[in-house]
Design a protein. Structure first.
Length: 79
């Protein structure tokens, strides 16, 4: 069973072999590593969601501005 990719990070480079062994034989260490990996995944997913949310928010802001202009034009035409 391979270790999670996130454990191949530079900060763990000097402990790579020990991490691999502990991951295979120590359930507590494996759980900690799996939680670490999941937390990294969630961070990345959250970053993507925030970026998507910002884009959607911007689209609604643009729509709001356009509709506001159209309403003002409509009101001026019908006064």
């Amino acid at each position: 069973m391979p270790i999670p990719e996130v454990l191949n990070a530079e900060k763990f480079e000097s402990h790579k072999e020990l991490i691999r062994i502990l991951y295979l034989v120590d359930g507590d260490f494996k759980n900690m590593c799996d939680d670490y990996s999941m937390s990294r995944f969630c961070i990345e997913k959250y970053k993507e969601k925030v970026a998507q949310d910002v884009g959607v928010k911007k689209e609604y802001e643009n729509l709001f501005d356009e509709l506001e202009k159209e309403i003002l034009i409509y009101i001026k035409k019908n006064c």
